[in-house]
Design a binder for this molecule. Structure first.
Ligand SMILES: [Zn+2]
Length: 315
């Protein structure tokens, strides 16, 4: 049913594509869809988070090149396409007061410049569906928040023939979803399941510290438990960014499959209605040919605006 459909996942850094929605990516690829991951930045300012590689001299000499190779390995494991948008990692500011963002970084980039770059990729790949992060970035890294702004702006502009006329012929993606990665509800369920089996949960401290930044409004749960192992392999391919002994890998896959076998998304905007209990990002779009016709028809009216729902929930 996903044969020939096209999905674009817009992410901030190499490795985000493997920690957020990666099992759904692998599932759609296996079902005959084309998936492209867009990495807005090269991850230039990431720390080395794998204790085994922390002081590796080759790596410290050229982290960027390592991360490019890791991304290629993860891409091959997920079976997707990939492109770099070419902006520079802003880094996660730490300290009190927070230091200013480094000049030239993605989060300080002119929104128009970054949006045009993404619109060009959208008009070239012609996705039926896009995913990006929510307005708080899903995780408040400046690059994740910028990814949200650029992703939403490109979704709005790509189908408008008067916007960025030099960036290719208009193409209107039909839906955009927020991709939140691990959500509170899921972490709670996994935590409980570990304790119920007499196992130690890696999430106790995390749950204590968790501040729900806003209501989570999952609209769409994509069953993809069969691809959790692929997801983990893709994540491990980002060897500098992932501690193989870390909490990501401490919950046995059979427990994850049993307790929470989906990747979850929030519909943000859609030109087709979003049904209750949606389980497919391509739902309502018909065949690839029908979706192509819709995406180029022009004059489409939004059928769903999840941003209004978020506002209503907050107030
Ligand atoms: Zn990131």
């Amino acid at each position: 049913m996903s044969e020939g459909m096209r999905l674009m996942a817009v992410h901030a850094h190499p490795d985000d594509e493997s920690s957020k929605g990666a099992a759904a990516t692998a599932k759609y690829v296996a079902a005959g869809a084309l998936v492209i991951v867009v990495s807005c930045t090269g991850g230039e300012r990431g720390d080395v988070l794998n204790p085994n590689l922390k002081d590796d001299p080759d790596l410290l000499r050229d982290l960027v090149e390592f991360r490019r190779r890791e991304m290629k390995a993860a891409q091959d494991i997920l079976g997707c396409e990939h492109t770099w948008l070419g902006f520079v990692d802003s880094g996660l500011p730490e300290g009190d007061p927070l230091p200013p963002l480094p000049p030239g970084c993605f989060a300080l980039e002119d929104l128009d410049v970054a949006t045009e770059a993404l619109v060009r990729v959208v008009r070239d790949f012609r996705p039926h569906v896009m995913t990006t992060y929510d307005e708080q970035g899903g995780y408040p890294h400046p690059d994740h928040i910028m990814t949200h702004r650029v992703g939403m702006a490109a979704f709005a502009a790509a189908g408008d023939p008067t916007a960025y006329p030099d960036a290719g012929p208009p193409w209107q993606p039909l839906k955009v979803y927020y991709n939140g990665g691990l959500r509170l509800e899921r972490v709670r369920a996994l935590h409980k399941a570990m304790l119920a089996r007499g196992l130690q949960s890696p999430y106790a401290e995390w749950l204590e510290k968790w501040q729900s930044r806003r209501e989570e409004r999952v609209t769409t749960r994509v069953p993809c438990a069969d691809y959790f192992a692929v997801r983990d392999r893709a994540l491990l391919a980002h060897a500098t960014q992932v501690d193989p002994g870390g909490f990501w890998f401490q919950v046995p896959l059979e427990i994850q499959r049993e307790v929470w076998g989906t990747d979850d998304f929030e519909a943000a905007l859609s030109y087709v209605p979003i049904p209750d209990d949606e389980d497919d990002l391509f739902a309502g779009l018909g065949t690839a040919q029908q979706a192509d016709a819709l995406a180029t028809r022009g004059g489409l009216q939004l059928a769903y605006d999840g941003r209004l729902t978020f506002e209503a929930v907050r107030s």
